[in-house]
Design a binder for this molecule. Sequence first.
Ligand SMILES: [Zn+2]
Length: 314
Amino acid sequence: MKLGLKRWSFSTFLLLLLLCAACAPKDTPGAIAHQQGKMYIVTTTGILRDAVANVVGDRAVVSALMGPGVDPHLYKAALGDLQTLREADVIIYNGLHLEGTMGEVLEKLARQKVVWAAAEGLPEDLLRKTPEFQDSHDPHIWFDVSLWSKVVELLSQRLQKQDQQNAIQYQENTIRYLATLDSLHQWTKTEIAAIPAQQRILITAHDAFGYFGDAYKIQVQGLQGISTVSEFGLQDVSSLVNFIVNRKVKAVFVESSVSQKAIEAVLEGCRQKGHQINLGGTLYSDALGEENGPAGTYVGMVQVNVGKIVKALK
Ligand SMILES: [Zn+2]
């Protein structure tokens, strides 16, 4: 029963969202935004919140449903989310099935509210095909900074249309932020290229880094598949252990939003085969770090990840 109170089923959630239209207290971010005559935008992930905040600056209020370390694949709408979504003028989610069941809720919600999938509008040839989802693509589109720039640009265009009185400001903010992202993309390329080619192998718990691998020419090997929903098995562990031993990989990484169990099994397997392997540290994959920490923004997150990868593999 306790669990039933905490987590809402899909149908209960939608029903309540529609019925409960006039019971919002006054001190929520949405209420504050509306008092100030500002647009209130709600995103699913913190990574999306950061992208939108860089476009709107202080002209709109943005908040994210998922905080640091939260895994979007497994996320289910919580009680407080109901009110937050109800207050939103615009709701933005990643799409491409990143958000699991929450994505289905938002697709339905698009009939009543302004709901955008950030991945929508990206040219299909820039998206990675995945064996897991036959009709879909790898949802981790923020790992290639140049692709994420396109997402920011598309969101900015939509926001300019939605909030026309601030459109010029949004446009100026976007131009500035895209220049920052361009430098970040070039910097990442240079840093990863400095790792000797035979050591350029990135091993993590789940296959979040596919776009990163394609963009920055580093081989990526995950244990768990594209989504953390799928469990890893003994077969996966032993084939990854063999790969690591054969290729003499120096380090493996854990992820902030994924359990360490999988990678620890791999480390143990390597030790048993007499291969010395290090833990390269925790990478931020599907969630930002703590708000005021070094990985609290998208740019910070990429810099922290690249720093750890280069340090462990070079
Ligand atoms: Zn993921």
